[in-house]
Design a binder for this molecule. Structure first.
Ligand code: URA
Length: 299
C-alpha cells in the first residue's frame, strides 16, 4: 500500500516537472542539489550575511537548520534519516546589480573571444547556469561584418554547446546560404549564454546580467551590421517596446558597448518554422541586409 502511494507521488512529481517544461536531465548522473546547499549561482554576488538579530530569531530569508527529531514514541514509524552533514539550503536569489557590476568588470578584461569565453565559463552570476548543461557562446567567424543575435540556446544548443544548431539554426543556415553567406562570414550568438529551463524566454534580469559580456563580444567582433533575431533579442538590443512585426526590416543605428553599427531586426527562424508564410518577409529582410553589406563594401 505504501509502495503504491510512493509510486503515485513520484508520478505526480514527474508530471509536475513536465508541466514546468523539464524535457530532459541536464546531466547523465543525477545531481543532489542539497549537497551543494548554499552554493547557488550568483551567491558570490550576495551581500555579506547580515549579523544575527539580537533576539536570536532567524533572519526572514533564512531556512532554519533541521532540528533533531524528538525521540520516537513507542511503535511510531521510524524517523527518516536526515542528510548527514549537508548545511541547510537557502533559497536566495542573486543580487542583480552586483552580478551586473561583476560581469562588467570581468568582461572588460577580455582581450579576445577566447578570453571572454574562459571568463564566461567561470562566471556564476547568471542563474540560468544552474540548470543548463553547457555554456553556449558563438559560432561562425571571430571577426565578421554581419552578426546575428538570437534569444537563447535551446535543447540542441545546450547539448552541443553551440548556438543555432537545432532546426531553427538549420533553417537560418539555409537562408544564409541562399543569400550567398557562409559561416565564415557571419558571427552567431544569443542575448543569454545558457539555456533557460523549458526553453522559456529569458527574463530581462537574465539578459541584463549577460549584457556586459555581449557588449564586449560585439566590440571584439566589430560587425558593420547587427541582426537581432526575433522579438526578445530586438527588444533587448534596440531598447524599444515595439513588437518584432513593427521593427523588422527597419534599418537603424545601434550602439552596443563602445561599438556603433547598423541594425536590422528580422523574424526568428523558430517562428518561421511555425509560420512558413512569414518566410517571405524574412527573406526580404535578408536581401536588404545583403545589399547593405555589398553597398557598404563599395569604395
Ligand atoms: N533559438 C535561439 O534564439 N537561439 C539559439 O541558439 C537556438 C534557437
Amino acid at each position: 500500500m505504501q509502495d503504491q502511494t510512493t509510486a503515485a507521488a513520484l508520478v505526480q512529481v514527474l508530471e509536475w516537472y513536465r508541466a514546468m517544461g523539464v524535457t530532459d536531465l541536464v546531466d547523465a548522473e543525477p545531481t543532489n542539489w542539497l549537497e551543494s546547499a548554499n552554493r547557488v549561482p550568483g551567491q558570490a554576488f550576495l551581500p555579506a550575511a547580515s549579523p544575527a538579530p539580537r533576539n536570536g530569531a532567524p533572519a526572514s530569508r533564512e531556512v532554519r537548520p533541521a532540528q533533531p527529531a524528538p525521540p520516537a514514541a513507542p511503535r511510531a514509524a521510524p524517523a527518516r534519516p536526515t542528510p548527514s552533514a549537508a548545511p541547510p539550503r537557502q533559497f536566495v536569489g542573486t543580487a542583480p546589480d552586483a552580478a551586473v557590476a561583476s560581469a562588467r568588470s570581468e568582461a572588460a578584461r577580455a582581450k579576445s573571444l577566447a578570453e571572454l569565453q574562459a571568463i564566461l565559463a567561470r562566471f556564476d552570476g547568471c542563474s540560468l547556469k544552474a540548470t543548463a548543461k553547457s555554456l553556449v557562446f558563438y559560432r561562425g567567424a571571430e571577426r565578421a561584418r554581419l552578426m546575428f543575435i538570437g534569444e537563447a540556446p535551446g535543447r540542441d544548443e545546450d547539448q552541443e554547446g553551440k548556438p543555432f544548431v537545432g532546426r531553427a539554426g538549420q533553417l537560418l543556415d539555409k537562408m544564409l546560404a541562399a543569400a550567398g553567406l557562409s559561416d565564415a562570414e557571419v558571427h552567431i550568438t544569443n542575448i543569454v549564454y545558457w539555456r533557460p529551463p523549458g526553453n522559456r524566454t529569458p527574463t530581462p534580469q537574465e539578459a541584463q546580467v549577460c549584457r556586459p559580456f555581449l557588449e564586449r563580444q560585439v566590440e571584439l567582433v566589430a560587425p558593420d551590421v547587427i541582426v537581432p533575431l526575433g522579438g526578445a533579442a530586438a527588444k533587448h538590443l534596440l531598447d524599444v517596446a515595439d513588437g518584432i512585426m513593427k521593427l523588422r526590416g527597419r534599418l537603424m543605428p545601434i550602439a552596443v558597448g563602445r561599438h556603433q553599427a547598423k541594425a536590422m531586426a528580422t523574424l526568428h527562424p523558430a517562428y518561421l518554422l511555425r509560420t512558413p508564410a512569414a518566410k517571405r518577409q524574412a527573406w526580404r529582410d535578408l536581401l536588404a541586409i545583403r545589399a547593405l553589406l555589398d553597398g557598404a563594401s563599395k569604395p
